[in-house]
Write a protein that binds this ligand. Structure first.
Ligand SMILES: [Zn+2]
Length: 454
């Protein structure tokens, strides 16, 4: 067991060390998508493995997958009778583009005021370092009250493509009582949150091809279909003016929110005024008969995140490409939705144009059980630090491993975190609020301390 006051003191006194370690980690541009440098991903994994060994984990190791490696380590010193937690995080990051929107370089972590700016600062390297720092502080003040395993992946931002296979092949190694997932976030500044529901996703890159090459629009205009026009028409048919998706039967399996959830939504600080403020817009878009928070957490959506084709020249381009991203909800089946989408595409691309799916990914939505003793202890730990109980909510984003852990290992996740709504995840000038990071560290240490009583 460890001494709580001593661990908290160590955490406070070593703040600067922890943050300098985080800065080192943030300097590695570990982009998981194609445009990234595969060496940087390897470098981040190796760095983490070393960090875990230095912190007192045994068996810190890297597992190669078909794409980016997993980093795993454990400290089972609490013994076979004790509980085991699996701490999850990811070390890959999203593209920082467009670079000109950044006020400081994305991979040159910079502290301004109370914030640390860098790509990955809050999604999710800040929380990875937070969890390691919590274990370090505990080990400096005694022993771990429960067994700890950690799993950090390098593919979260591209849909955790190799996670399911990894979980299946390493069931024994990953065996645990629950998962602690710090990839969630705060409900608002100074108000912690626990997340019990996540949306799933179906994404694809569609490429439409017309003529073999770009054609002079003066010589051939009027004779060939333009792939840009076809793609634009297809996209506009996918949803109506209020965003209702037009795939046949698309809403049939959407599970309605319960009366209790309606109440949580009504009480949430995330009302219309909140979103208007956060987004900086004068009005919200979408079905007005559904509350904004419900629309962006419990309803499915479709967005085109990239539309690419053509040049500034008077020519008919030969190809057009779009990245179509959908967020799906319980109980929609990602495979069925993907098939619906393909059918819709096939029906809406006239001959003689051809089409192909360049890349795709899909995963289900999930609701986790939050009526567990572990969630209750986490809730108390958060309350002890922030002086108010956490908000329980669904979020609109997804963390693929949560559903996979539940189906493959039968393990529930506690999803919380320290990200603030204005931390710009995936956007320019991503940051982490350092005082909130410090509080999060204290909360995790308190949580571990309370687990010794379970
Ligand atoms: Zn992310």
């Amino acid at each position: 067991m460890f001494n709580l006051e001593q661990a908290l003191l160590y955490a406070r006194e070593n703040q600067a060390e922890f943050i300098s370690s985080l800065k080192q980690f943030l300097k590695i541009p570990s982009l998981s998508r194609d445009e990234g440098d595969p060496q940087a991903i390897q470098q981040a994994a190796t760095w983490l493995k070393q960090k875990l060994s230095d912190t007192g984990f045994e068996k810190a190791q890297i597992f190669e997958t078909a794409m980016h490696p997993m980093v795993f380590a454990e400290n089972l010193s609490a013994g076979p009778e004790a509980l085991t937690v699996l701490i999850y995080g990811h070390y890959d990051v999203q593209s920082p583009k467009p670079l000109e929107d950044w006020q400081t370089p994305p991979f040159d972590p910079t502290i301004k005021g109370e914030n640390l700016y860098a790509r990955g600062a809050s999604d999710n390297k800040g929380e990875v370092i937070l969890s390691i720092s919590a274990i370090e502080s505990i080990l400096q003040a005694g022993t771990l009250p429960i067994n700890v395993k950690v799993l950090f992946e390098g593919e979260e931002e591209i849909g955790s493509r190799n996670m399911r296979d990894f979980l299946k092949t390493h069931k024994d190694m990953l065996d645990c009582d629950f998962c602690l997932n710090l990839d969630g976030g705060m409900a608002e500044k100074d108000h912690p949150g626990i997340i019990y529901g996540l949306r799933g996703a179906v994404t694809l890159i569609l490429k439409i091809t017309g003529a073999e090459k770009d054609l002079h629009s003066g010589l051939y205009g009027g004779l060939v279909l333009n792939p840009i026009h076809v793609l634009a028409r297809l996209i506009s048919k996918l949803q109506d003016e209020q965003g209702r998706i037009q795939l046949p039967g698309f809403y049939d399996s959407v599970r309605p929110v319960t009366a209790k959830e309606k109440e949580l939504i009504a009480q949430s600080p995330k009302n219309e005024a909140y979103y208007l403020r956060e987004i900086g817009t004068e009005s919200l878009w979408g079905d007005p008969s559904i509350a904004p928070l419900e629309r962006c957490t419990a309803m499915p959506t479709l967005d085109v995140a990239l539309f690419q084709s053509g040049q500034v020249k008077m020519a008919i381009p030969s190809t057009a490409k779009a990245f179509i991203t959908m967020r799906i909800v319980p109980d929609q089946d990602p495979d069925a939705i993907y098939e619906q989408l393909l059918k819709f595409i096939a029906e809406n691309i006239p001959d003689p144009l051809t089409w192909e799916i360049v890349d795709h990914n899909k995963g289900p939505a999930v609701l986790v059980n939050y009526d567990t003793p572990y969630v209750e202890l986490m809730s108390s730990a958060l309350e002890a630090v922030w002086g108010r109980p956490p908000v329980f909510a669904r979020i609109g984003g997804g963390i693929p491993i949560v559903a996979m852990l539940s189906t493959e290992l039968g393990v529930d996740s506690i999803i919380t975190g320290i990200t603030l709504p204005d931390d710009n995840l995936h956007g320019p000038n991503e940051k982490i609020h350092l005082p909130t990071w410090e509080k999060g560290l204290e909360a995790v240490i308190r949580f571990f301390h309370s687990l010794s009583a379970v």
